[in-house]
Design a protein around this ligand. Structure first.
Ligand code: ADP
Ligand code: ZN
Length: 297
């Protein structure tokens, strides 16, 4: 019997501060991985292209999970572009097209958080589910949605971090979203915690009142997602969620705010950490490439 080699896929986690590139077949088989700082599009994409051209074995497809906003709709003329980002130099950049022209492989493109959601669907905490949300609570708040087994887009793509949530009674600290002030990201991201409480989030002790408020704001965001999507699971990652004590508090407030109105899965399995950890982004991009190759989208 001739032994068939597994197909190799390429992955790019395109972040605002760094690009992570990898080649492999899955979480247990990442053959090479390199990081490049995000500078100009020309320089950064040049280094990414060079990374894939240096690797001797061919890849069957490339997946890109990108910071945004992006155009993730394959039927759009600007599919694969970073669109209106405030990041200098990166607005209206054709990321997927540039990579496709240079590397001559099929390129699948989506938001960083939709890619991470797909990675969790394929190999992590979303396995076997048809509808769930992956949220990252870090420098910003962002979310990717798998609905009916597919990555969800819409007119453009969801921006879950900017859900509007009511200010808690007695909270007179400003929200810091430059667009909305008091949105979820403005009240509950890592930089919001620092701006609102005067020290970096990792330095706030677990019994600090900041975490009680944080759990309540995040729970409000999750309640809105539960009421909109009826997800089977909510996967919460990002630097802030390294504060594991937040999980039981968030579950408790979600139950409290819903007040028995909808039937919920067990809160312990509804609200969980990611299984792919800080590799969710790059493995998600790998899953995008695999999906593109196998399913054609
Ligand atoms: P990014 O969102 O830039 O990809 P992270 O998810 O690591 O990166 O988020 C960084 C943010 O998370 C920072 O605001 C940082 O203060 C916060 N953060 C990182 N680690 C912790 C921690 N252990 N506890 C609380 N907040 C943290
Ligand atoms: Zn906002």
């Amino acid at each position: 019997m001739p032994s068939s080699k597994p197909l190799l896929f390429g992955a790019i986690e395109a972040g605002g501060t760094k690009f992570v590139c990898a080649i492999g077949t899955g979480p247990d088989d990442v053959r090479v991985l390199e990081r490049f700082p995000t500078t100009t599009p020309e320089e950064t994409l040049g280094r990414v292209i060079d990374f894939f051209q240096r690797h001797p074995e061919p890849i069957a497809a490339l997946g890109v999970g990108s910071f945004g906003p992006v155009d993730p709709n394959p039927s759009s003329p600007t599919y694969g572009y970073i669109t209106t980002t405030p990041k200098p130099g990166w607005a209206h950049i054709d990321v997927a097209g540039t990579l496709h022209r240079a590397l001559n492989v099929p390129v699948a493109f989506d938001t960083d958080v939709n890619a991470a959601a797909l990675g969790e669907h394929r190999w992590g905490a979303g396995r076997g589910l048809h509808t769930f949300v992956y949220l990252t609570i870090g420098t910003g708040i962002g979310g990717g949605i798998i609905a009916g087994g597919r990555r969800h887009h819409g007119h453009q793509h969801p921006e879950i971090g900017h859900l509007l949530v009511p200010r808690l009674p007695g909270d007179d600290r400003p929200g810091c979203c430059p667009f909305h002030g008091d949105c979820l990201e403005g009240l509950a991201s890592g930089p919001a915690l620092q701006a609102r409480w005067g020290r970096p989030a990792p330095e706030l002790p677990p019994d600090h009142v900041a975490w009680e408020q944080e759990a309540r704001y995040l729970a409000m965001g999750l309640v809105n997602l539960i009421l909109t999507l009826s997800p089977q699971r909510l996967i919460l990652g990002g630097g802030v969620m390294q504060q594991m004590h937040l999980f039981p508090r968030i579950r408790q407030y979600v139950v409290h705010y819903l007040n028995g109105y909808v039937s919920l899965p067990n809160p312990d399995t509804l609200i969980v950490p990611p299984m792919l950890g800080d590799r969710a982004g790059v493995l998600g991009a790998l899953a995008l490439a695999e999906e593109r190759f196998i399913k054609g989208y």
